[in-house]
Design a protein around this ligand. Structure first.
Ligand SMILES: [Zn+2]
Length: 309
């Protein structure tokens, strides 16, 4: 089966900088060479700051990561392109840029504009605990006043807001802000709470709201978000996929594999192994068209419609 891949989340940018590895070929889970098994390939590259770093140090690190990615030979030699609007169908491998954990804004609103100018189009505002933005999934807090102002600015500029890592209360605030601007909300790398009840996964009502907002949901391959005991294989993604489909997410479901940022099931060590998931889905009775929608088409359609500036 001829597959294309649009992956909504990886943490490869930080690992490239830490390990001085190129995007073209590396020992990480994500590289252009590993993605060469796909007909078309789009990767959202998250820029995430380790939790132990202060907000200012994190800001500096994200600038370094962005520069490192833009200077990578894969980009400078044109083997892949960084885009802010969705490319045409016959595109070369394409990267979209995201920031995960917006605490690095450190109460400075003008930094939202700086991120936008750097090409960031997806903002995953929270990660863990409480920050200047608000409460993450492991808290019950919503957005702070600064968090609300920052996210309003982000949406007004044209960024997409992501509820992965948000608390239930923060997610509600995020939906309200996006709604005010008529913009969608995504969950770039989260699974179904009813299948694996961890605070990082999506509640039933959130899934309804994501679909109603014309958003997109990326299935996360982190073992502990797939199965309660964490002893997951690729096959455990099927229960989540089935659950989302039963809720009417055929047009809203994608992959957000979280590679280079999580413990993966043993049977999917890197991005080149994802066609095994397509095989499992075929065996489960899914048609090729639906498999292609989840691997690529749904996210591509979303990007075409909503990445405009
Ligand atoms: Zn994450």
């Amino acid at each position: 089966m001829n597959l294309s891949l649009f992956d909504l989340h990886c943490d490869t940018a930080l690992e490239m900088l830490r390990n001085k590895q190129s995007f073209f070929q590396n020992t990480l889970a994500v590289s252009l060479q590993k993605a060469s098994v796909y007909q078309r390939y789009v990767q959202v590259m998250a820029h995430w700051t380790p939790y132990r770093l202060g907000d200012e140090e994190g800001w500096e690190l994200v600038q370094k990561m962005l520069q490192n990615l833009k200077n990578d030979p894969a980009i400078t030699e044109g083997k892949a392109v960084i885009q802010s609007v969705c490319p045409d169908r016959d595109h070369s491998p394409t990267l979209f840029l995201a920031v995960e954990d917006a605490r690095i804004l450190a109460n400075r609103l003008e930094r939202v504009d700086t991120l936008f100018e750097s090409g960031i189009r997806i903002l995953t505002p929270l990660w863990k605990g409480e920050s200047c933005i608000g409460g993450s999934h492991d808290t019950e807090k919503g957005l702070t006043e600064f968090g609300k102002a920052a996210l309003e600015r982000a949406v007004a500029l044209g960024m997409i807001l992501d509820i992965s890592h948000a608390s239930v209360a923060s997610a509600e605030d995020i939906f309200a802000i996006a709604k005010k601007y008529g913009r969608p909300v995504i969950a770039s790398h989260s699974n179904a709470y009813d299948i694996c009840p961890v605070s990082r996964n999506l509640r039933r009502e959130q899934i309804r709201e994501l679909i109603a907002s014309d958003g997109i949901i990326g299935i996360n391959l982190y073992k502990n978000f797939l199965k309660p005991n964490g002893n997951a294989t690729l096959e455990d993604t099927l229960a989540h996929i089935e659950y989302f489909l039963e809720m009417g997410a055929e047009q809203y479901l994608a992959l957000g594999c979280d590679m280079d940022g999580c413990d993966l099931p043993p049977d999917v060590p890197n991005i080149a192994a994802l066609p095994h998931l397509a095989e499992l889905m075929q065996r489960q009775g899914y048609g090729d068209e639906l498999i292609r929608e989840i691997f690529y088409e749904n996210a591509y359609r979303f990007a075409k419609k909503h990445f405009k500036t």
